[in-house]
Design a protein around this ligand. Structure first.
Ligand code: UD1
Ligand code: UDP
Length: 370
C-alpha cells in the first residue's frame, strides 16, 4: 500500500484553474496525497486572477504565454518544458482538465513518460471536428491518452463508452465548476460596476471569446446587442472582455461610445460569478459559464451553433442561438418581453452535480492506487 499518492496538476488557462481549484483545495487537506501544481501560464493575467481567488501558489510556473500565440507554439512549448519536470518529479498521476492546448500537450507529455493520466471533465463531445475549434479534438485526443476518466454527467460517460474506453475507469462525478461556486458566490456582495447600474435596470452579462466566433460572430452579435439596447430603456450590459487582442479590438470598436454597455477587463472569479448571479440573463460562448448558469438560476443565450453541454439545454437553462444577428435580437427580445419563457429558463434544475465532485475524484484516485 502506498503512503502518499503524488498527484501532479497541470493547467494553464482561467477555466482550468477555476475547475481544478476545488480538487487542489480538497487534496491539501487530505494526507493520503502529495499535490504538485504546475501552471503552464498559457494565460497570464487571467490565470493569475483565478489563482489569487482560490489562493493557490503553483510549485512550477512555466510562464509560457506569448502575444498572439499560435496553437502549435503553445503545444510545443508545453510538451518541451514539462519534460524535465516529469523526469524529476515522477508523479503517480498527472491530472489534466477539459480541452485546452495545455490539456492536450500535458497529456502527450505524461504519455511519453508512461505516467497515469486522469482527465477531469472527460467525455464532453459535439462530434464536430472544428466546432468548437480546437477544443473538440483536444478533448477527444486527451481521452484517447487518458487512464482515468472523471465524467461530469451520465451523458459524458456515455460518450466515452461509445468510443470504447474502459468502462471500469470511467466515473461520473459531477462537474467541479459547481464545487467552485460554493467558494465564490455570496449573499452579501458588491462591486463598483453594480453601483453604476441605474436602479431597476436589468443586467445582461455578456462574454465572448471562442476562436470560431472571431471571424464574423463577434461583430454580428455586438451589432445585435447594440440594436436591442437602443429599444429598451431598462437594460444595461456588463461585458468583461477576454484579453485576446482580437476580441479586445472588436469589443472596444463597437461599445466604447455606448453608455449602457459597461466594458470591463476580465473580472476575477468571485466578481464574475457574483455579478452573474445578479444578472437578468447571460449571453455567452463560454463553456464554463454554461455549467454555472443553471446553478445560479440564470437563462443563457448560447452564442454558438452547437454545444458539448447538452445537459443544460435539456434542463431548459441554455438556448443555442448561434451568432446570426436577427436571431440573436429575436431571442434577446423574447427573454426581455415574455415572462413565461423567462421563468421557464430561470427555474431549470442544475444537471452538473451536487458540488461534491472534488471529493469523489479524490476517493477514486485513492482507491485506484491502493
Ligand atoms: C484558451 C483555450 C480555450 C478556452 C479559453 C478560456 C486553447 C487552444 N484555447 O483560448 O479552449 O476556452 O482559453 O479563456 O487552449 N491573453 C492575454 N492574457 C491572458 C490570456 C490570454 O494576453 O491572461 C492573450 C494571449 O496572449 C493570446 C490570446 O489572448 O494571444 C488568446 O489566448 P489563448 O490561450 O491562445 O487562447 P484563448 O482564446 O484564451
Ligand atoms: N470568468 C471569470 N471572469 C470573467 C469571465 C469568466 O472568472 O471575466 C469565469 C467563469 O465564471 C467561468 C470561467 O471563467 O468559470 C469560464 O472561462 P472562459 O469563458 O474563459 O473559458 P471556457 O469555459 O469557455 O473554456
Amino acid at each position: 500500500m502506498k503512503n502518499t499518492i503524488k498527484v501532479m496538476f497541470v493547467f494553464g488557462t482561467r477555466p482550468e484553474a477555476i475547475k481544478m481549484a476545488p480538487i487542489i483545495k480538497a487534496m491539501a487537506k487530505n494526507n493520503h496525497f502529495q499535490e504538485i501544481v504546475v501552471v503552464t501560464g498559457q494565460h497570464r493575467e487571467m490565470l493569475d486572477q483565478a489563482l489569487n481567488d482560490f489562493k493557490i501558489v503553483p510549485d512550477y510556473d512555466l510562464n509560457l504565454m506569448k502575444n498572439e500565440q499560435s496553437l502549435s507554439s503553445i503545444t510545443i512549448d508545453v510538451i518541451q518544458t514539462l519534460d524535465g519536470i516529469l523526469d524529476n518529479d515522477r508523479p503517480d498521476i498527472v491530472l489534466v482538465h477539459g480541452d485546452t492546448a495545455t490539456t492536450f500537450a500535458a497529456s502527450v507529455s505524461a504519455f511519453y513518460h508512461k505516467i497515469t493520466i486522469g482527465h477531469v471533465e472527460a467525455g464532453l463531445r459535439t462530434w464536430h471536428k472544428y466546432s468548437p475549434f480546437p477544443e473538440e479534438m483536444n478533448r477527444q485526443l486527451t481521452d484517447t491518452l487518458a487512464d482515468l476518466y472523471f465524467a461530469p454527467t451520465i451523458q459524458s460517460q456515455e460518450n466515452l463508452l461509445l468510443e470504447h474506453h474502459n468502462r471500469e475507469h470511467i466515473f461520473v462525478t459531477g462537474n467541479t465548476a459547481i464545487d467552485a461556486l460554493n467558494y465564490t458566490v455570496h449573499k452579501e456582495y458588491n462591486h463598483s460596476v453594480l453601483d453604476k447600474i441605474e436602479k431597476g435596470h436589468r443586467i445582461i452579462m455578456l462574454t465572448m471569446h471562442r476562436r470560431e466566433n472571431q471571424e464574423n460572430g463577434l461583430e454580428s452579435v455586438f451589432s445585435a446587442v447594440k440594436n436591442v439596447i437602443k429599444q429598451y430603456e431598462d437594460i444595461e450590459v456588463i461585458f468583461p472582455v477576454h484579453l485576446s487582442p482580437h476580441v479586445q479590438e472588436v469589443a472596444h470598436r463597437y461599445f466604447d461610445d455606448v453608455d449602457k454597455v459597461h466594458l470591463l477587463p476580465p473580472l476575477n472569479t468571485v466578481d464574475f460569478q457574483n455579478i452573474a448571479a445578479r444578472s437578468f440573463f447571460i449571453m455567452t460562448d463560454s463553456g464554463g459559464v454554461q455549467e454555472e448558469a443553471p446553478s445560479l438560476g440564470k437563462p443563457v443565450l448560447v452564442l454558438r451553433d452547437n454545444t458539448e453541454r447538452p445537459e443544460g439545454v435539456a434542463a431548459g437553462t441554455l438556448k443555442l442561438i448561434g451568432t446570426q444577428s436577427d436571431n440573436v435580437q429575436k431571442n434577446m427580445r423574447l427573454l426581455l418581453d415574455d415572462k413565461n419563457v423567462y421563468q421557464q429558463m430561470a427555474s431549470a434544475k442544475n444537471p452538473y452535480g451536487d458540488g461534491k465532485a472534488s471529493e469523489k475524484i479524490l476517493d477514486i484516485i485513492y482507491h485506484h492506487f491502493q
